[in-house]
Design a protein around this ligand. Structure first.
Ligand code: MSP
Length: 710
């Protein structure tokens, strides 16, 4: 099978160093690339940095250096991080590259010549912090609704891309390609967005206001505005409109991975730009969710930005890759915590996979001098069952990794569910452990049943070879080490690309490819269990937030369940002492600052009381502000069996249009009421502080509407 696979990440602003949010998309793209390459496809993986625009210009000015010098420096931490995480990109684009600039200018000229770019005078409230104009109605207390910073009234001439012309074409395209934007809720969000008027897109800034950009080829007083320049990177990197367009064979990209905050720019601005240029759209745009840290938004002001380098130092690159792909469903928001990290690594890597490997190699070492035994031809049902799971797994994970739906079919299905793919892989790994338990090779050895022992151990080792192939896209270094442990020699491992040779997915289409008599290595620990002594600094930081010793011990025991209370106490004392009464813990400080209200339980209810509530999954179809109210939003929701109108007091935290497509939990049997004259049949559940809604819990977009929640 030879076809192509092209995946892109957003290009990251160089106004700051990378954090786990950036690492997340880049790892996801790398996993997809490695998987599709190991499936026999020719892959191209693009990442890079976005260097123009006001934010970068300001960051450089703050440091007292030129924007170019700033970019040259800031690009370093990105490239170094990708190297440490073994990100195998094909090309790293910088938007200050001459080649890229030339493509942007050619594209602008083409659109200008075709009458698709026009000069107009524009007036509005301009926000420097968001680099955009806002309409009067969008402002909150006269300020930028996103940043809360002041805006100024500006009137200036600018160039506009006639985006509005393409509204119908985009809607038609989406109708014909229902898997174009993933997950489904994001697709719905864009459909909702397109129900309103689509405006033309301002694509320039006068040089007098912003000099750091690409000059318009038809007016030297202007530069392009960030998005027009940035979005074109996805094809300029392939040599679009250059003499050598051979890389354009990778276009259209199968996946353009983005974060949920840049959905509109990619699904609307970018796609209409492509329509205007006569270039086909990508197959899928996939918008993933955002990471919070220990339940809070990651932000500089909260000092909780997670530097992936710190995680790599503490846990190793492959563990970081694994955790980020495993912990939360791609597409949903999720929370990062060291406790969750350590738990998962210990349970799934050290325990499940590590144990299966250690037990198999130890028994082979002991009974067969470390030589892979020759299996017997006779098979038991248990052997067949293990093989069946192993041989079925490729079929199981394909649909989760954006694979072609069949080997001959051109288009992928658009589903990317790393965590589900890993679920399937881990079911298999646990099946290996179960097989070892039920076959009890130690008893076979004791009874001198060598023939059966050979077969059982061979099956275990062969199953581990399968596991190596399967984890390779996620943990390339560990997969290679696993192959080394299974006895593959250096030459075999380094011949060609490991992922396309020994770890090609074709090698797990048949059972029995592990060569008997190969000498394996026993005693090398693939995934060392994380013990408190390995992560003392991290633990100290976590435990210091506790407000009492009991709480600290509880935290510690949740991370390391194997420790008895006495040992946990000892660790806590050695790490943070036991003078909790006098320490003002992080959590206390928070309370004092009033950032989080203390938990005061409401009156107890019985199980029956809870069951009286008819809680349902609903999808928001329409949302609009209730006139004269800044808090109430009128919603039309789909609860499976019917559509419902309800009014929610969430207008201070949410803009109506951002709610469309969201899945929420509603109380469906709440007595109907009228709020400011508008009928409401039910209420949505949301997290509130001091009666102001701050968060609507993120739900699995796949859950069908109307599902009962209990
Ligand atoms: N430069 C633009 C993208 C241009 S693409 C043509 C940009 N850059 S960014 O550096 O601000 O953000 C890059 C990506 O990081 C976005 O996809 C954004 O969603 C992602 N993330 C930023 N914070 C994040 C989390 N806390 N969690 C997950 N991803 C997050 O936007």
């Amino acid at each position: 099978m030879t076809d192509t696979f092209y995946v892109t990440t957003p290009i990251y602003y160089v106004n700051d160093v990378p954090h786990i949010g950036h690492a997340y998309t880049t790892i996801a793209a790398d996993v997809l690339t490695r998987y599709h390459r190991a499936r026999g496809r020719e892959t191209y993986f693009l990442t890079g940095v976005d260097e123009h625009g006001q934010k970068v210009e300001q960051a450089a000015r703050k440091r007292g250096i030129s924007p170019k010098a700033h970019c040259d420096e800031m690009v370093g931490p990105f490239k170094e991080l990708w190297e440490r995480l073994n990100i195998d990109y094909s090309y790293f684009i910088r938007t200050t590259n001459e080649d890229h600039k030339a493509v942007v200018q050619k594209a602008m000229q083409q659109l200008y010549d075709a009458g698709l770019i026009e000069k107009r005078t524009y007036e509005g409230w301009y926000s420097t912090s968001s680099e955009r104009f806002w309409m009067e109605k969008d402002l909150v207390d006269g300020k930028d609704p996103d940043s809360g910073l002041p805006v100024e009234w500006l009137s200036e001439s600018n160039y506009f891309f006639l985006m509005s012309k393409y509204k119908q074409q985009l809607l038609d395209y989406m109708k014909k390609n229902p898997e174009f934007i993933r997950p489904q809720s994001r697709f719905n969000e864009i459909i909702g967005f397109l129900q309103r008027d689509l405006e033309d897109l301002c694509i320039s800034r006068p040089k007098s206001r912003l000099a750091w950009g690409i000059e318009l080829p038809f007016d030297p007083d202007y530069v392009t505005y960030v998005w027009f320049d940035a979005l074109l990177n996805y094809i300029s990197a392939l040599g679009y409109q250059k003499d050598d367009e051979s890389l354009m064979r990778f276009w259209p990209a199968q996946f353009q991975l983005i974060g949920k905050d840049i959905l509109t720019t990619h699904s609307v601005y970018w796609i209409t730009m492509l329509f205007a240029l006569g270039v086909s759209p990508p197959e899928h745009i996939f918008a993933h969710g955002w990471w919070t840290v220990e339940g809070r938004k990651m932000s500089k002001s909260l000092h909780n930005v997670i530097d992936p380098n710190v995680l790599i130092d503490a846990y190793g690159a492959d563990a970081v890759r694994f955790f980020l792909m495993r912990e939360i469903p791609f597409g949903q928001d999720g929370d990062f915590s060291h406790a969750a990290f350590i738990n998962r690594i210990n349970a799934e890597l050290a325990n499940d996979l590590g144990n299966a490997l250690n037990r198999s190699t130890a028994l082979t070492q002991k009974n067969f001098d470390g030589l892979v035994p020759q299996p017997d031809e006779e098979e038991t049902d248990d052997d067949r069952e293990l093989k069946k799971i192993g041989l079925g797994i490729l079929g199981d994970i394909r649909e989760h990794l954006g694979d072609r739906t069949s080997d001959t079919e051109k288009s992928v299905n658009g589903n990317v569910h790393f965590s589900l793919a890993l679920d399937k892989i881990w079911l298999f790994i646990r099946a290996i452990n179960k097989y070892i338990d039920t076959q009890a090779p130690w008893t076979l050895a004791k009874n001198n049943d060598l023939k059966r022992l050979q077969t059982v151990l061979y099956n275990c080792l062969e199953a581990l070879r399968f596991a190596g192939v399967l984890i390779q896209p996620f943990m390339p270094v560990k997969a290679k080490e696993l192959f080394e442990i299974l006895g593959y020699a250096d030459e075999a491992l380094s011949a060609g690309d490991f992922g396309t040779s020994l770890a090609s997915f074709d090698t797990i289409k048949t059972w029995g490819q592990l060569p008997p008599n190969q000498k394996l290595i026993h005693g090398q620990i693939l995934f060392p269990r994380i013990e408190p002594e390995h992560v003392e600094n991290i633990l100290r930081n976590i435990l210091q937030l506790a407000s009492s010793k009991e709480e600290a011990i509880e935290e510690f025991s949740a991370i390391f369940p194997k420790f008895k209370p006495k040992q946990a106490d000892k660790w806590v004392t050695s790490l943070v002492g036991d003078t909790f009464e006098t320490r003002t813990s992080g959590k206390q400080q928070e309370k004092e600052k009033g950032e989080k209200s203390p938990f005061e339980p409401a009156a107890e209810v019985t199980f029956d009381d809870v069951m009286k509530l008819d809680l349902r999954i609903a999808e928001i179809l329409e949302a609009e502000n209730v006139p004269k109210s800044d808090k109430l939003i009128k919603l039309m929701v789909d609860i499976g069996s019917e559509k419902r109108q309800l009014v929610a007091g969430i207008g201070k935290a949410w803009k109506a249009q951002d709610l469309i497509g969201k899945k929420v939990i509603i109380v469906a049997n709440l007595k109907a009421a009228k709020l400011m004259g508008v009928k409401s049949q039910g209420m949505i559940l949301a997290a509130a502080e001091n009666d102001t809604v701050i968060h609507i819990p993120e739900l699995d977009p796949q859950t069908p509407n109307g599902t009962r929640v209990r």
